[in-house]
Ligand binder design. Structure first.
Ligand SMILES: [Ca+2]
Length: 209
C-alpha cells in the first residue's frame, strides 16, 4: 500500500468533519427558512392560535385562520366581517348571536342570504376560550329536535378529543359523542355549553338537529 492509498481509518477521519460541515450548512438555513420561531407566552413556547371553519354538506372543506374575525367572515361569506378577535366575547354578545341567526332566517324565508350559515362554534377550552372550530351549512336546522340533519366525524382530525365547550346557532342543537360513528358516551342534543363536563376533551363525532 502506498502513502496515497485508501487507508480506511484515514478516510473515515477525513469524512467526519466533512459530513459535519455539510450537515450544518444544509440543515440550519432550511430549518430557519421554513419554521419561524413560535411566539413565547409566559416563558413557554406557544403554538399560533388558529380558528378553523369547516363546511358541512356538498363540497365539504376546512380552512384555518390565525384571526377569529377572519374565520367568522369566511364562515358567513363576508356577511359578518367585524366580529371581535376574542371568540368568547363573540359568543356572549346577543347582538352577534342575533346577526348570525338572522342570516338563517333570511335564508329560510326569502331564499337569500349567504350560502354559508354558522350552525355551531366548538371551543378548545371551557368557558368558550382557546382555539375554535366553526361549522357551517347551507341551510339552518329544522325546528324538529328528533331528526338528524348533519354529522361529522373527527377521527384523524386535530380536533379529535379537543372540544370543551360549544354554541349552536340557527336553530341547531348538537350532540357530542365519545366514539367514532356516534358511539360511546354522549351529551344529548344541546344548544350550547361552556363546559362539557364528563365529555370534556372526549368528543370524536357530532350530530346536529
Ligand atoms: Ca332539527
Amino acid at each position: 500500500m502506498t502513502k496515497s492509498g485508501k487507508n480506511p481509518l484515514a478516510v473515515r477521519m477525513l469524512l467526519i468533519p466533512v459530513l459535519l460541515m455539510f450537515g450544518l450548512t444544509v440543515a440550519v438555513p432550511a430549518h430557519a427558512a421554513t419554521e419561524p420561531p413560535a411566539p413565547e407566552i409566559g416563558g413557554f413556547t406557544a403554538e399560533p392560535v388558529t380558528h378553523c371553519v369547516k363546511r358541512l354538506g356538498e363540497g365539504a372543506r376546512t380552512t384555518c385562520h390565525t384571526s377569529f374575525r377572519e374565520a367568522i367572515s369566511v364562515a358567513t361569506d363576508g356577511r359578518i366581517p367585524d366580529a371581535p378577535e376574542d371568540a368568547r366575547s363573540f359568543v356572549k354578545d346577543p347582538v352577534y348571536t342575533a346577526r348570525v341567526n338572522e342570516l338563517g332566517t333570511e335564508r329560510s324565508q326569502f331564499g337569500t342570504s349567504s350560502a354559508s350559515l354558522i350552525v355551531s362554534i366548538e371551543y378548545q377550552l371551557t368557558g368558550h376560550r382557546g382555539l375554535t372550530l366553526t361549522y357551517t351549512n347551507p341551510t339552518p336546522c329544522t325546528s324538529s329536535k328528533s331528526d338528524v340533519e348533519f354529522s361529522d366525524d373527527l377521527t384523524g382530525d386535530g380536533w379529535d378529543n379537543k372540544i370543551s365547550a360549544f354554541q349552536g346557532y340557527n336553530g341547531c342543537y348538537v350532540n357530542h359523542f365519545q366514539l367514532s360513528g356516534f358511539g360511546g358516551e354522549s351529551t344529548g342534543f344541546r344548544n350550547g355549553s361552556g363546559n362539557l363536563g364528563w365529555m370534556d376533551n372526549r368528543t370524536t363525532s357530532l350530530l346536529w338537529t
